[in-house]
Design a protein around this ligand. Structure first.
Ligand SMILES: Nc1ncnc2c1ncn2[C@@H]1O[C@H](COP(=O)(O)OP(=O)(O)OP(=O)(O)O)[C@@H](O)[C@H]1O
Length: 193
């Protein structure tokens, strides 16, 4: 994906207030090609908030974030409309990004072939999650920011996602994921909030 070893994300001194108190302050991290950083912390510790900051969706009260490459963001909400099928969802994003990716191949990889034409309102939670992860394969982007990626996935889904993430890391992609479980891919560092 890239031959450079320069950091993909450098963040320092991050802080955010929630009400009167700081949810966290003085948080920093460096993400380099091929690395996976896992965010740890109790419910409400601020993992989603930090990931949203790194994705540019939430502004920190203090601190700096430098992102040196494009990223994919997969949050808690998959963003699949009730009438949208997995095939339609991926086709829409492919069109928006000018992607020439093979959508049937992505659907097969996500084990969504049978559910490919089922409207979002009838998809299971795991099928919606797999559809969202299909977006990762539409376009090569070095940075993946994933919020609790294992949520709603069965054992086969976790194994599939672990394989996809491991492949991404091998090609010098990088990842930051919030997780409560043990990761099934090689983790470079953990940041606990
Ligand atoms: N926009 C907001 N305004 C006010 N408070 C917020 C906002 N967003 C998040 N919070 C609060 O900030 C805290 C951290 O939330 P966050 O979702 O980042 O935690 P988390 O570590 O990801 O938790 P979990 O493990 O439960 O997913 C929570 O108490 C939440 O209610």
């Amino acid at each position: 994906m890239t031959s450079s070893t320069a950091p993909l994300i450098q963040a320092s001194g991050l802080a955010i207030l929630r009400g009167e108190r700081a949810l966290f302050r003085g948080v920093g991290l460096t993400l380099s090609p091929g690395e996976a950083i896992v965010l740890r912390g109790a419910n409400g510790a601020g993992k989603t908030t930090l990931l949203r900051m790194l994705a540019g969706l939430t502004r920190p009260e203090a601190g700096d974030i430098a992102r040196a490459a494009p990223h994919h963001w997969i949050g808690h909400k998959e963003g699949i409309k009730p009438q949208e099928t997995p095939r339609g969802h991926l086709a829409l994003w492919a069109q928006a990004w000018g992607s020439k990716a093979d959508i049937p191949e992505i659907l097969e990889k996500m084990a969504l072939t049978r559910a490919a034409d089922v409207p979002g309102r009838y998809l299971s939670a795991g099928q919606r999650r797999r559809t969202a992860f299909g977006r990762l394969l539409l376009e090569d982007r070095p940075i993946w920011l994933l919020d609790e990626p294992y949520t709603a996935l069965d054992a086969a889904g976790r194994a599939m996602l672990d394989a996809v993430i491991s492949g991404h890391l091998r090609t010098k992609g990088a990842l930051i994921a919030s997780m409560h479980d043990t990761a099934g891919f090689p983790v470079t560092a953990e940041v606990t909030l």
